[in-house]
Design a protein around this ligand. Structure first.
Ligand code: NAP
Ligand code: ZN
Length: 360
């Protein structure tokens, strides 16, 4: 169990959603003192993940208001606990979805703590001291160092922030399916949003043929020209789907809304794998025939471990992979959320937490 100081004595300003209206408002709250295993991080940037919207609007029925969202965090260390050797004051660091885990189970002991049964998330979780966790839409945070990663020097803090969730969430299934070091496979990416556009970048960096499957025909040009996709299928086009039947080895599904997995499975070759990372609020249709006729597998994936996140950042450093972002000021969070809900972002909003608000 993480050693923390139970005292929540530090006052921090941030942005919270207070009720199911789903609107973010300025909010002052308390954080724990910096414990022996903790670091305090002055937050510079925080990405806006679609999960933040799911929580703000209570899509999953599990939101504990007030919720301070944000799990794509970059910043600078301002305090270091006495047990912490790997970080120093001034280090450039990041925090993703994980706040704590039991540290004792087989998953925790084998660097797969993201599957620990007692995982505590960066926001809307209940920490070991009984307090509710609050995320990165705030000026600073206190984080257990075991869930903090180092940002490589050549990566910018703003366009790197979304890698802490969107990046690792698609990197992890690539790694799990042995697609990082074995080029030449045919990879599909369903949904060209925050997660999806990074999946395209990883797929190309790892030497694969990448097909985007999208509801948005207007994204084709930039998918091909800017992101390097090799093929583009409009998911409502039956002819295009038919032509691509049984062509893909692996697909990652990032669509945030309810949809059927049947037409996606038909694109997989025999024995192909569909990795579901998206989390729509309604169950998705999973018809049996495309599964059994193609001996296909569907598997889920939940973010990544801390060590895997560090590995992903180092891979991004090597391949110069960052997120395509639109920077927003803190008083434009609601506008950004509305645009994200309308599928109007290329491809991730990042909040300039340390910058001035446009009202100042
Ligand atoms: P996003 O930026 O909004 O991208 C989602 C994409 O889905 C859109 O760009 C759009 O792509 C497609 N889409 C199709 N129909 C849609 C509809 N009716 N409404 C909205 N989008 C639609 O979202 P994201 O941040 O990448 O997150 C995607 C999902 O992954 C969310 O459900 C999120 O909660 C989940 N997630 C899971 C994990 C995990 O650990 N497993 C981590 C992070 C996020 P096209 O225009 O190309 O169709
Ligand atoms: Zn996220």
């Amino acid at each position: 169990m993480a050693q923390t100081t139970p005292n929540h004595t530090q006052t921090v300003s941030g942005w919270a959603v207070l009720d199911s209206s789903g609107k973010a408002v300025p909010h002052t709250f308390k954080r724990r003192e910096n414990g022996v295993d903790d670091v305090t991080i002055e937050i510079m940037y925080c990405g806006i993940c679609h999960t933040d919207l799911h929580f703000a609007r209570n899509d999953w029925g599990i939101t504990m208001y007030p919720v301070v969202p944000g799990h794509e965090i970059t910043g600078i260390i301002t305090k270091v606990g006495s047990n912490v050797n790997k970080f120093r004051l001034g280090d450039r660091v990041g925090v993703g979805c994980l706040a704590a885990s039991c540290l004792e189970c087989d998953f925790c002991k084998s660097s797969r703590e993201n599957y620990c049964d007692q995982i505590q998330l960066t926001y809307n979780g209940i920490f070991w001291d009984g307090s509710i966790t609050y995320g990165g839409y705030s000026k600073f945070m206190v984080a257990d160092h075991r869930y903090v990663v180092r940002i490589p020097e050549n990566l910018p803090m703003d366009a790197t922030a979304p890698l802490l969730c969107a990046g690792i969430t698609v990197f992890s299934p690539f790694k799990d399916s042995n697609l990082v070091d074995s080029p030449g496979k045919r990879v599909g990416v369903v949904g060209l949003g925050g997660l999806g556009h990074l999946a395209v970048k990883f797929g190309k960096a790892f030497g694969h043929h990448v097909t985007v499957i999208s509801t948005s025909p207007f994204k084709e040009k930039e998918a091909r020209e800017r992101l390097g996709a090799d093929a583009f299928i409009v998911s409502s086009n039956a002819r295009e789907l038919q032509a691509a039947r049984r062509t893909l080895d692996f697909i990652v599904d990032t669509v945030s809304a309810k949809h059927s997995l049947g037409p996606i499975l038909e694109l997989l070759t025999v024995n192909g794998t569909l990795a579901v990372v998206c989390a729509p609020d309604q169950p998705m249709e999973l018809p049996a025939f495309p599964l059994i006729f193609g001996k296909r597998s569907v598997k889920g994936s939940m973010t990544g471990s801390t060590s895997e996140t560090q590995e992903m950042l180092d891979v991004c450093s090597k391949h110069n992979i960052t997120c395509d972002i639109e920077l927003v000021k803190t008083d434009n969070i609601n506008e950004a959320w509305d645009r994200l809900a309308r599928n109007d972002v290329r491809y991730r909003f990042v909040i300039d937490i340390a910058g001035k608000s446009s009202n100042l």
